[in-house]
Design a protein around this ligand. Structure first.
Ligand code: KDG
Length: 313
C-alpha cells in the first residue's frame, strides 16, 4: 500500500485522571494532542506506512511527543526541533459532562511552520498528504505552509486530503472559512463535520456536499457524528449509517474517521466501503478514553466490520 504523510502541530496534553475541575486535580495523565499525528497513528496501527511532519520545541514535552509518536510506528524522521520555542501545551477538563480545553500554543515551535519548512523530498512516494484546518489557525505563516505543502505534495504525485477541523478557541468562523476556501483548489479529498459546516458557512448537509464539491475536491465527506456520514465521490451521492456503540470520549473520532477513509482508499475499497470503514474507525475511537488509544489493528477492524465475535480469551 501507499504511504501517507501528515503535517501539523502536536502538543503535550494534560488531562485530569478523573472528571471535574482542573483546579482540584491531584493526578493527571500526560499524553499527546494533535489531530494530524492522531491520523498518522491510526494509519500506522492499520499497517499503512505513515509519516508525520512537524516542528517541536527543544524541550522535554517535545521529547515526550516524539517518543509517543514513534512508539506507534509513525515515521517522524523529518521532525525538527526549534531552539527557543516551546512545544505547545494543551489542558483539558470535564465539568458537568462538558469538555473544556485550554491551549498554550501561541508562539509555539509548530506555529513557525512556514513554506519550505521541509525538503520537498519528504513527499516522494507518498500517496496522500493529510492536512487539517487547525494548522491555518496557528499563524499566518502556518496558513501559507498549508498551501505550500499541498502544492508541493501534488507536484510529487500525492493526493491531498484536508479535514476542516474548525477550532473556535483558535479563530473566528470568517477567518477559518476564508482559509478553507483558499485551500480548496488544492484539495482532492475534503472531510468536514456537519456542525463545523454550519458554524463556518451556515450550510446544512446537502448544501455543504454540493457547494464544496463544486469548489474543487473530487471527494467531499460530511461527518454526521453517531449518525454516520454522507459523501459525494466523483459526482455520486452516498450515505453510510454510524455503528451503534457506547460513547466514552468523542475526541479524536474525526481523526480516526480520516485514518479509516484514507486506509480504505489505499486498500482499493469502493466509496461505500471507504465510508463504512471510516465510520467503524470513529466507533472504535469513541469507545475509549484518549484521542487514539482505542484505535484498532487491521485485524480488529476487519473483525468489527465482519461482526465476528472475538471471545478475547
Ligand atoms: O482532533 C483531536 C484534536 O483536537 C486534539 O488532539 C488536539 O489537535 C488538537 C487541537 O488543535 O485541537
Amino acid at each position: 500500500v501507499g504511504r501517507v504523510v501528515t503535517a501539523g502541530e502536536t502538543m503535550l496534553l494534560v488531562v485530569p485522571s478523573s472528571p471535574g475541575r482542573l483546579r482540584h486535580a491531584t493526578d493527571v495523565t500526560l499524553s499527546i494532542g494533535g489531530a494530524e499525528s492522531n491520523v498518522a497513528i491510526g494509519l500506522s496501527r492499520l499497517g499503512v506506512p505513515a509519516s508525520w511532519l512537524s516542528l517541536l520545541g527543544d524541550d522535554e514535552p517535545g521529547e515526550l511527543v516524539l517518543h509517543r509518536v514513534r512508539a506507534e510506528g509513525v515515521d517522524a524522521s523529518a521532525v525538527r526541533r526549534v531552539p527557543d520555542r516551546p512545544t505547545g501545551l494543551y489542558l483539558r477538563e470535564e465539568v458537568a459532562g462538558a469538555l473544556r480545553v485550554y491551549y498554550y500554543r501561541r508562539g509555539s515551535a509548530a506555529s513557525t511552520l512556514a513554506p519550505g519548512a521541509f525538503d520537498a523530498s519528504v513527499f516522494d512516494g507518498a500517496s496522500f498528504l493529510h492536512l487539517t484546518g487547525i494548522t491555518g489557525a496557528l499563524s499566518p505563516e502556518a496558513a501559507e505552509f498549508l498551501v505550500w505543502a499541498a502544492k508541493t505534495a501534488r507536484a510529487a504525485g500525492a493526493q491531498v486530503s484536508y479535514d476542516v477541523n474548525y477550532r473556535s478557541r483558535l479563530w473566528e468562523p470568517a477567518a477559518a472559512r476564508a482559509a478553507t476556501e483558499a485551500l480548496l483548489p488544492q484539495v482532492d479529498v475534503l472531510l468536514v463535520g456537519d456542525e463545523e459546516a454550519a458554524a463556518l458557512w451556515g450550510w446544512d448537509e446537502a448544501a455543504c456536499l454540493e457547494r464544496l464539491a463544486d469548489a474543487g475536491p473530487r471527494e467531499v465527506v460530511v461527518k454526521l457524528g453517531a449518525r454516520g456520514c454522507a459523501a459525494i465521490v466523483d459526482g455520486e451521492r452516498l450515505t453510510a449509517p454510524g455503528f451503534p456503540v457506547r460513547q466514552v470520549d468523542p475526541i479524536g473520532a474525526g481523526d480516526a474517521f480520516a485514518a479509516g477513509y484514507l486506509a480504505a482508499t489505499l486498500w482499493g475499497s469502493d466509496p461505500a466501503e471507504r465510508l463504512r470503514t471510516a465510520n467503524a474507525m470513529g466507533a472504535f475511537c469513541v469507545q475509549n478514553l484518549g484521542d487514539y488509544e482505542g484505535l484498532p489493528s487491521r485485524r480488529e477492524l476487519t473483525a468489527f466490520l465482519d461482526q465476528t465475535i472475538d471471545l478475547g480469551r
